[in-house]
Design a binder for this molecule. Sequence first.
Ligand SMILES: Nc1ncnc2c1ncn2[C@@H]1O[C@H](COP(=O)(O)OP(=O)(O)OP(=O)(O)O)[C@@H](O)[C@H]1O
Ligand SMILES: Cc1ncc(CO)c(N)n1
Length: 266
Amino acid sequence: MKNLCKALTIAGSDSGGGAGIQADLKTFQAFDVYGMSAITAVTAQNTVGVRSVMDISPKLIYDQIEMVSKDIGVDACKIGMLSNAEIINAVCKALKATSLKRVVLDPVMVAKSGDFLLKKGDEKHLVKNLLPLCYLITPNIPEAELIAGISIQTNEDMMQAIFKMRDMGAKNILLKGGHMPGNNLTDILFDGENFHRFSSQRVDSKNTHGTGCTLSAAIAASLAKGENLYHAVKLGRNFVLSAIKEAPVNIGKGHGPMYHNIKVSY
Ligand SMILES: Nc1ncnc2c1ncn2[C@@H]1O[C@H](COP(=O)(O)OP(=O)(O)OP(=O)(O)O)[C@@H](O)[C@H]1O
Ligand SMILES: Cc1ncc(CO)c(N)n1
Protein backbone atom coordinates (compact mmCIF):
# COMPACT_ATOMS: atom_id res chain seq x y z
CA MET A 1 0.00 0.00 0.00
CA LYS A 2 1.27 3.42 -0.93
CA ASN A 3 0.61 6.99 0.23
CA LEU A 4 1.17 9.52 -2.54
CA CYS A 5 1.82 13.23 -2.16
CA LYS A 6 -0.58 15.30 -4.26
CA ALA A 7 -0.03 18.30 -6.55
CA LEU A 8 -2.40 20.44 -8.58
CA THR A 9 -1.65 22.35 -11.77
CA ILE A 10 -3.81 25.35 -12.66
CA ALA A 11 -2.80 26.03 -16.25
CA GLY A 12 -3.65 25.94 -19.95
CA SER A 13 -3.73 22.87 -22.17
CA ASP A 14 -1.02 22.62 -24.87
CA SER A 15 -2.28 20.32 -27.62
CA GLY A 16 1.37 19.74 -28.62
CA GLY A 17 2.03 18.14 -25.23
CA GLY A 18 5.29 19.97 -24.45
CA ALA A 19 4.11 22.78 -22.16
CA GLY A 20 1.12 23.69 -19.98
CA ILE A 21 -1.02 21.08 -18.24
CA GLN A 22 0.54 18.22 -20.23
CA ALA A 23 4.12 19.08 -19.23
CA ASP A 24 3.04 19.60 -15.63
CA LEU A 25 1.32 16.22 -15.30
CA LYS A 26 4.26 14.41 -16.93
CA THR A 27 6.57 16.16 -14.46
CA PHE A 28 4.42 15.28 -11.43
CA GLN A 29 4.49 11.66 -12.62
CA ALA A 30 8.29 11.69 -12.88
CA PHE A 31 8.44 12.88 -9.25
CA ASP A 32 6.02 10.12 -8.20
CA VAL A 33 3.46 12.71 -7.12
CA TYR A 34 -0.26 12.29 -7.77
CA GLY A 35 -1.21 14.96 -10.36
CA MET A 36 -4.49 16.87 -10.67
CA SER A 37 -5.47 19.68 -13.01
CA ALA A 38 -7.65 22.77 -13.23
CA ILE A 39 -7.64 23.75 -16.91
CA THR A 40 -7.80 27.52 -17.53
CA ALA A 41 -7.72 27.58 -21.35
CA VAL A 42 -7.43 25.21 -24.28
CA THR A 43 -4.79 26.19 -26.83
CA ALA A 44 -4.46 24.81 -30.36
CA GLN A 45 -0.68 24.75 -30.33
CA ASN A 46 2.30 22.85 -31.69
CA THR A 47 6.07 23.31 -31.54
CA VAL A 48 5.86 26.19 -34.04
CA GLY A 49 3.09 28.36 -32.60
CA VAL A 50 -0.39 28.92 -31.19
CA ARG A 51 -3.28 29.05 -33.66
CA SER A 52 -6.26 29.59 -31.38
CA VAL A 53 -7.24 29.74 -27.71
CA MET A 54 -10.50 29.17 -25.88
CA ASP A 55 -10.66 30.38 -22.31
CA ILE A 56 -12.54 28.27 -19.77
CA SER A 57 -15.22 30.10 -17.78
CA PRO A 58 -14.03 31.54 -14.43
CA LYS A 59 -16.73 29.53 -12.61
CA LEU A 60 -15.59 26.24 -14.13
CA ILE A 61 -12.00 27.03 -13.16
CA TYR A 62 -13.07 27.86 -9.59
CA ASP A 63 -15.08 24.63 -9.39
CA GLN A 64 -12.19 22.45 -10.62
CA ILE A 65 -9.92 23.85 -7.89
CA GLU A 66 -12.53 23.53 -5.18
CA MET A 67 -13.62 19.99 -6.15
CA VAL A 68 -10.14 18.49 -6.00
CA SER A 69 -9.15 20.43 -2.87
CA LYS A 70 -12.23 19.40 -0.92
CA ASP A 71 -12.09 15.71 -1.70
CA ILE A 72 -8.52 14.74 -2.55
CA GLY A 73 -6.42 17.49 -0.94
CA VAL A 74 -3.51 19.42 -2.41
CA ASP A 75 0.00 19.37 -0.89
CA ALA A 76 1.33 21.92 -3.38
CA CYS A 77 0.10 23.69 -6.45
CA LYS A 78 1.53 25.35 -9.52
CA ILE A 79 -0.12 28.08 -11.55
CA GLY A 80 0.66 28.72 -15.23
CA MET A 81 -1.36 30.36 -18.05
CA LEU A 82 -4.27 32.48 -16.76
CA SER A 83 -5.37 34.34 -19.96
CA ASN A 84 -7.14 37.37 -18.43
CA ALA A 85 -8.17 39.34 -15.33
CA GLU A 86 -11.45 37.46 -14.77
CA ILE A 87 -9.59 34.15 -14.65
CA ILE A 88 -6.90 35.59 -12.37
CA ASN A 89 -9.59 36.77 -9.96
CA ALA A 90 -11.42 33.40 -10.00
CA VAL A 91 -8.15 31.66 -9.11
CA CYS A 92 -7.52 34.16 -6.28
CA LYS A 93 -10.99 33.47 -4.92
CA ALA A 94 -10.43 29.71 -5.08
CA LEU A 95 -7.01 29.92 -3.40
CA LYS A 96 -8.56 31.87 -0.52
CA ALA A 97 -11.61 29.58 -0.22
CA THR A 98 -9.49 26.41 -0.15
CA SER A 99 -6.53 27.86 1.82
CA LEU A 100 -4.08 26.26 -0.63
CA LYS A 101 -0.50 26.27 0.63
CA ARG A 102 2.82 26.06 -1.23
CA VAL A 103 1.53 27.79 -4.38
CA VAL A 104 4.14 28.28 -7.11
CA LEU A 105 3.22 30.97 -9.65
CA ASP A 106 4.84 30.87 -13.08
CA PRO A 107 3.59 34.23 -14.39
CA VAL A 108 3.14 33.00 -17.99
CA MET A 109 2.73 35.87 -20.45
CA VAL A 110 4.20 34.98 -23.84
CA ALA A 111 4.91 31.56 -25.45
CA LYS A 112 8.36 30.77 -26.89
CA SER A 113 6.76 31.25 -30.33
CA GLY A 114 5.92 34.88 -29.40
CA ASP A 115 2.17 34.31 -28.97
CA PHE A 116 0.46 36.13 -26.07
CA LEU A 117 -0.99 33.85 -23.38
CA LEU A 118 -2.13 36.66 -21.03
CA LYS A 119 -4.20 39.61 -22.27
CA LYS A 120 -1.97 42.70 -22.57
CA GLY A 121 -2.41 44.97 -19.55
CA ASP A 122 -3.91 42.26 -17.33
CA GLU A 123 -0.56 41.50 -15.70
CA LYS A 124 -1.40 44.28 -13.22
CA HIS A 125 -4.17 42.06 -11.79
CA LEU A 126 -1.71 39.19 -11.51
CA VAL A 127 0.67 41.41 -9.54
CA LYS A 128 -1.90 43.13 -7.32
CA ASN A 129 -4.23 40.21 -6.51
CA LEU A 130 -2.41 36.91 -7.06
CA LEU A 131 1.25 37.52 -6.32
CA PRO A 132 0.72 38.14 -2.57
CA LEU A 133 -1.17 34.83 -2.24
CA CYS A 134 1.69 32.74 -3.61
CA TYR A 135 4.62 31.08 -1.86
CA LEU A 136 7.02 31.42 -4.79
CA ILE A 137 6.99 33.21 -8.14
CA THR A 138 9.20 32.10 -11.03
CA PRO A 139 9.32 34.86 -13.66
CA ASN A 140 11.63 34.74 -16.67
CA ILE A 141 13.48 37.93 -17.65
CA PRO A 142 10.78 39.53 -19.89
CA GLU A 143 8.09 38.71 -17.31
CA ALA A 144 10.17 40.23 -14.50
CA GLU A 145 10.75 43.34 -16.62
CA LEU A 146 7.02 43.81 -17.03
CA ILE A 147 6.18 43.07 -13.37
CA ALA A 148 8.99 45.18 -11.89
CA GLY A 149 8.74 47.90 -14.56
CA ILE A 150 12.49 48.03 -15.28
CA SER A 151 14.75 46.85 -18.06
CA ILE A 152 17.04 43.94 -17.11
CA GLN A 153 20.45 43.87 -18.81
CA THR A 154 22.85 42.99 -16.01
CA ASN A 155 23.17 40.95 -12.85
CA GLU A 156 22.54 44.11 -10.78
CA ASP A 157 19.32 44.72 -12.75
CA MET A 158 18.21 41.18 -11.83
CA MET A 159 18.74 41.97 -8.13
CA GLN A 160 16.90 45.29 -8.44
CA ALA A 161 13.94 43.56 -10.14
CA ILE A 162 13.87 41.02 -7.31
CA PHE A 163 13.72 43.81 -4.68
CA LYS A 164 10.92 45.50 -6.58
CA MET A 165 8.91 42.26 -6.76
CA ARG A 166 9.51 41.72 -3.04
CA ASP A 167 8.13 45.21 -2.37
CA MET A 168 5.04 44.23 -4.38
CA GLY A 169 4.36 41.37 -1.94
CA ALA A 170 6.29 38.41 -3.40
CA LYS A 171 7.52 36.13 -0.56
CA ASN A 172 10.05 34.05 -2.46
CA ILE A 173 11.31 34.77 -5.97
CA LEU A 174 13.16 32.61 -8.50
CA LEU A 175 14.25 34.90 -11.33
CA LYS A 176 15.14 32.63 -14.26
CA GLY A 177 18.12 33.65 -16.35
CA GLY A 178 17.36 31.63 -19.49
CA HIS A 179 16.79 34.81 -21.52
CA MET A 180 20.10 36.47 -20.53
CA PRO A 181 22.96 36.22 -23.08
CA GLY A 182 25.99 33.98 -22.63
CA ASN A 183 26.89 30.33 -22.29
CA ASN A 184 26.58 30.30 -18.54
CA LEU A 185 23.02 30.42 -17.31
CA THR A 186 22.15 31.68 -13.82
CA ASP A 187 18.82 31.61 -12.00
CA ILE A 188 18.63 33.67 -8.78
CA LEU A 189 16.53 32.57 -5.81
CA PHE A 190 15.59 35.14 -3.15
CA ASP A 191 14.07 33.51 -0.06
CA GLY A 192 13.03 36.72 1.65
CA GLU A 193 16.43 37.05 3.33
CA ASN A 194 19.20 35.56 1.23
CA PHE A 195 20.13 35.23 -2.41
CA HIS A 196 21.10 31.84 -3.85
CA ARG A 197 22.59 31.50 -7.30
CA PHE A 198 22.10 28.40 -9.44
CA SER A 199 24.37 28.26 -12.47
CA SER A 200 24.75 25.77 -15.29
CA GLN A 201 26.09 25.59 -18.83
CA ARG A 202 23.51 26.54 -21.46
CA VAL A 203 22.61 23.45 -23.51
CA ASP A 204 22.73 24.30 -27.20
CA SER A 205 19.29 23.02 -28.18
CA LYS A 206 16.10 24.30 -29.79
CA ASN A 207 14.08 21.77 -27.78
CA THR A 208 13.24 24.14 -24.95
CA HIS A 209 9.45 24.33 -25.32
CA GLY A 210 7.93 24.20 -21.84
CA THR A 211 11.09 24.68 -19.78
CA GLY A 212 9.39 27.26 -17.55
CA CYS A 213 6.25 25.12 -17.07
CA THR A 214 8.33 22.04 -16.28
CA LEU A 215 10.55 23.88 -13.79
CA SER A 216 7.62 25.30 -11.79
CA ALA A 217 5.84 21.91 -11.83
CA ALA A 218 9.01 20.15 -10.64
CA ILE A 219 9.43 22.66 -7.81
CA ALA A 220 5.77 22.22 -6.80
CA ALA A 221 6.18 18.41 -6.86
CA SER A 222 9.22 18.63 -4.58
CA LEU A 223 7.43 21.02 -2.21
CA ALA A 224 4.48 18.59 -2.15
CA LYS A 225 6.92 15.93 -0.98
CA GLY A 226 8.07 18.17 1.87
CA GLU A 227 11.39 19.40 0.44
CA ASN A 228 12.51 22.87 1.54
CA LEU A 229 12.53 25.72 -0.96
CA TYR A 230 16.27 25.64 -1.73
CA HIS A 231 16.32 21.90 -2.32
CA ALA A 232 13.08 22.01 -4.33
CA VAL A 233 14.61 24.59 -6.69
CA LYS A 234 17.82 22.56 -6.96
CA LEU A 235 15.92 19.38 -7.82
CA GLY A 236 13.72 21.28 -10.28
CA ARG A 237 16.69 22.78 -12.12
CA ASN A 238 18.49 19.43 -12.30
CA PHE A 239 15.33 17.88 -13.71
CA VAL A 240 14.95 20.55 -16.42
CA LEU A 241 18.63 20.33 -17.35
CA SER A 242 18.43 16.54 -17.81
CA ALA A 243 15.11 16.88 -19.63
CA ILE A 244 16.67 19.33 -22.15
CA LYS A 245 19.76 17.11 -22.61
CA GLU A 246 17.60 14.02 -23.23
CA ALA A 247 15.07 15.81 -25.48
CA PRO A 248 13.84 13.64 -28.40
CA VAL A 249 14.94 14.85 -31.83
CA ASN A 250 11.90 13.84 -33.87
CA ILE A 251 9.04 15.85 -32.37
CA GLY A 252 7.86 18.86 -34.40
CA LYS A 253 9.59 21.39 -36.62
CA GLY A 254 9.89 24.28 -34.15
CA HIS A 255 10.85 24.45 -30.48
CA GLY A 256 10.44 20.77 -29.61
CA PRO A 257 9.52 19.41 -26.18
CA MET A 258 11.87 18.06 -23.56
CA TYR A 259 12.00 14.49 -22.28
CA HIS A 260 10.00 14.26 -19.05
CA ASN A 261 10.63 10.63 -18.20
CA ILE A 262 13.74 11.50 -16.18
CA LYS A 263 14.65 9.50 -13.09
CA VAL A 264 14.63 11.89 -10.14
CA SER A 265 17.37 11.27 -7.61
CA TYR A 266 17.01 12.89 -4.19
N1 LIG B 1 19.29 26.07 -23.14
C1 LIG B 1 19.19 25.83 -21.83
N2 LIG B 1 20.11 25.06 -21.21
C2 LIG B 1 20.03 24.79 -19.87
N3 LIG B 1 19.06 25.29 -19.09
C3 LIG B 1 18.10 26.06 -19.65
C4 LIG B 1 18.12 26.39 -21.04
N4 LIG B 1 17.04 27.18 -21.31
C5 LIG B 1 16.39 27.33 -20.15
N5 LIG B 1 17.02 26.67 -19.14
C6 LIG B 1 16.60 26.61 -17.74
O1 LIG B 1 15.23 26.27 -17.78
C7 LIG B 1 14.53 26.97 -16.78
C8 LIG B 1 13.45 27.83 -17.44
O2 LIG B 1 14.05 28.99 -17.89
P1 LIG B 1 13.49 30.00 -18.99
O3 LIG B 1 14.06 31.34 -18.66
O4 LIG B 1 13.77 29.45 -20.34
O5 LIG B 1 11.93 29.91 -18.68
P2 LIG B 1 10.71 30.39 -19.52
O6 LIG B 1 11.11 31.45 -20.49
O7 LIG B 1 9.68 30.78 -18.52
O8 LIG B 1 10.23 29.11 -20.31
P3 LIG B 1 8.92 28.99 -21.24
O9 LIG B 1 9.35 29.40 -22.59
O10 LIG B 1 8.56 27.57 -21.13
O11 LIG B 1 7.87 29.91 -20.69
C9 LIG B 1 15.54 27.78 -16.00
O12 LIG B 1 15.99 27.06 -14.88
C10 LIG B 1 16.67 27.94 -17.00
O13 LIG B 1 17.88 28.14 -16.32
C1 LIG C 1 -0.66 26.28 -22.43
C2 LIG C 1 0.71 26.87 -22.35
N1 LIG C 1 1.16 27.29 -21.15
C3 LIG C 1 2.40 27.85 -21.06
C4 LIG C 1 3.21 27.98 -22.17
C5 LIG C 1 4.58 28.63 -22.03
O1 LIG C 1 5.58 27.81 -22.36
C6 LIG C 1 2.70 27.51 -23.42
N2 LIG C 1 3.42 27.60 -24.56
N3 LIG C 1 1.45 26.96 -23.47
